[in-house]
Write a protein that binds this ligand. Sequence first.
Ligand code: GLU
Length: 618
Amino acid sequence: MRPTPALTSAAASALVVGVLAAAPPAPAQAPPAASTQTAQAAERPTAKIPTAVGTGGAVSTVDPEASAAALKVLKRGGNAADAAVAAAATLGVTEPYSAGLGGGGYFVFYDAESGKVSTIDGRETAPKKMPSDAFIDPATGKPYNFTPELVTSGVSVGTPGTPATWERALRKYGTLSLADALKPAIKVATRGFKVDETFRQQTLDNEERFRAFKATKKLFLPKGDAPAVGSIFTNPDLADTYTDLAARGMKAFYRGKLAKLMVDIVRDPRTTKSTDLPVPRGYLSRSDLRDYKVLGQAPTKISYRGYDVYGMAPSSSGGSTVGEALNILERTDFTGKAPEQVLHHYLEAGALAFADRAKYLGDPRFVDVPLPTLLSDKFAAERACSLDPAKAAVKPVAAGDAAAYDGVCPAPAAGGTTDADTENISTTNLTVADKWGNVVEYTLTIEQTGGSGMVVPRHGFILNNELTDFSTVFDPADPNRIQPGKRPRSSMSPTIVLKDGKPFLALGSPGGSTIITTVLQMLVNRIDLGMSIEQAIAAPRSSPRNTASVTSEPEFITAYGAALTALGHKLVPAGDAFTSAAQIGAATAIEFGPGGQLTAVSEPVRRGGGAARVVDPK
Ligand code: GLU
């Protein structure tokens, strides 16, 4: 079950030392069992525990309340799908700016009995009446600005898929009723949770647009200010909404009064008198909500150095882009290679795969996505031809030709174009395993932090602005162009890795298009660089997305900047040193060891750290 590090052990430990020195604080060791249990027993779980080792089931989320909810479900005999829905619903309370009823996501399930991986595509969907020029301001004939017009708008609200995802996940994989799965979240929404720095800061970051909507202002800026750190935040409206859905099922979300209310505010956003934010109207209709369907679909699958890597198929670009990059990397034997060489290959493979993502990826119900080609070794062999071990290619690199490839190196192609990247940094991810061996990897979102900014009055949740993930400039040749009823291309990359048919690792992250590189880099860290899973998640990140310069965490630049710059890479720091934007991703993962041992890991530092738990601590 354990990977064979491709590095010599001396090289691996040198790298790990480098990583630990470069990463903010060192990755925490597994905490003593006693402290884990004390945290679990607390009425309001607040302990951020990055690593938990044990057996009998495990969970990792960004939030102690959500992890406690999942753990409770697991302890009471629920399975991984039950616990994942309980955790996700709780994240709707404690991480309302990242996920909730008003959003969408992708749910990946490993079924221990059959040994099969299957997925649910719960992506938000464009209204049937959304015109191709929806992002053009009818008043001026010119494109809306991305900020503030598009992000804070009705026009970017897609039909939410999260409620239907929870219902489908419970019916297809779970054992609990919706009512039971929502119970922990209702409790947290009612009794409240402790506000932390991240919650307050995210509220402040959104202050101007939250003030623009009556319902949002009332909920998230009570007494005119963002909730204070340490105060208790309750959301009785959301508790009532969950209670109603628990009693009547998710049809009460997609039909009836709540559906009508959502349609009304999307079509005519209820702004406050004092705001001068322009808030374009949207196209959502009651029939969009009534007809929304999640899609059950096969995962993407590639093999990488003896592991089988399963990911999310389009409408997400996650599975294909991570898969293609791994296939390109697999062309090189990293035995004895210095970490910088491995990272050079990682940066180049990421750029090549992103070039193909831009050219080919969109909702396959609307555009022809050459998925088998993108995931094939032969295509990767051709793509890898342009990867020079001694020199970084000039970015952006050109896409490959998926229509004509034979695994033989083509003549070097002229430079490519960079895909305009408007994906925002938000979203949340969770990983759950149960005692039967089932595994869930689930990434869910409302798009950017704070979504559209619009709280549904009296219901306590925010509507997404996911349709900003469509290309903002309409080009009929672009696979991600706006089309009515289409799902915008996502980067969410919930990933499950099997070894000999059994789970080895499950992982995922938020972070817009950086999700893909975070997942890819963690896999390279773990499988190629011989890091432990704690080290692989803590290690500083760099996000190669086929742009002239590569956004990287400052610690990555400190550790590897000199060597990679010498190879021709241009690394630029993400954000600045004083904001969380300097961090890339907020991953969670579980690794499966011998004898049923589970190592659940979350971020030790990024976004304030996460919460890993196991049912029976070691
Ligand atoms: N909208 C993004 C996507 O679907 C996710 C947003 C984020 O992670 O910040 O890929």
